[in-house]
Design a protein. Structure first.
Lengths: 109, 115
């Protein structure tokens, strides 16, 4: 059975304090690894898709990386507006997408 | 501005009542999905549709029903057979049925509460 595990469950950072969120996965025949951002009471917002080990993608203060067992979302010099829950999901193809439970990030001014 | 519209934002259901959640997209996406989100759990797939007039059960379809009569619309009915319907419901779409190619676009969700 496919599994996606995110850690930590919650993370509190001072503004400007860089850190990383972890996503460990066991997804048979991984075709794509997704990162989403979700604000309270809203739907997830797409951030990145990673397709193969060694791939990296960046968007503003966020950088996502992928190995054969894990993905990391690196947050550089975060701002309070980066506060949200970050979701990771893996798919082995088509409709079989497995989501993690998320990391709730709080950035304190 | 393209996107997915879910309504209502909040919905209250009495015991034994069926309720329908609306989902409309103007992205011209082929595939549409319904997910359920509960605290401390990952999103779970209820139903999906890759083409008009066709849909498939996901992991937790019991107590739910859907229709796909138009490309733009994918309503979800929560029936009285669903014993624990209180949750946050998310509708999503993807350009094709291969979500790994494009990822999902999500709506803003409907919070359903049993009263």
């Amino acid at each position: 059975e496919d599994q996606v595990t995110q850690s930590p469950e919650a993370l509190r950072l001072q503004e400007g304090e860089s850190s990383s969120l972890n996503c460990s996965y066991t997804v048979s025949g991984l075709r794509g690894l997704f990162w989403y951002r979700q604000d309270p009471g809203k739907g997830p917002e797409f951030l990145f898709t990673l397709y193969s080990a060694g791939e990296e993608k960046e968007k503003e203060r966020l950088k996502a990386t992928l190995t054969k067992k894990e993905s990391f979302l690196h947050i550089t010099a975060p701002k309070p507006e980066d506060s949200a829950t970050y979701l990771c999901a893996g798919t082995g193809g088509y409709q079989k997408v497995t989501f993690g439970t998320g990391t709730k990030l709080q950035v304190i001014p | 501005d393209g996107g997915i519209t879910q309504s209502p934002k909040y919905l209250f259901r009495k015991e034994g009542q069926n309720v329908t959640l609306s989902c409309e997209q103007n992205l011209n996406h082929d595939a549409m999905y319904w997910y359920r989100q509960d605290p401390g759990q990952g999103l779970r797939l209820i139903y999906y549709s890759q083409i008009v007039n066709d849909f498939q059960k996901g992991d937790i379809a019991e107590g739910y029903s859907v229709s796909r009569e138009k490309k733009e619309s994918f309503p979800l009915t929560v029936t009285s057979a669903q014993k624990n319907p209180t949750a946050f419901y998310l509708c999503a779409s993807s350009l094709t049925g291969a979500a790994f190619e494009n990822g999902y676009t999500f709506g803003s969700g409907t919070r359903l509460t049993v009263v």
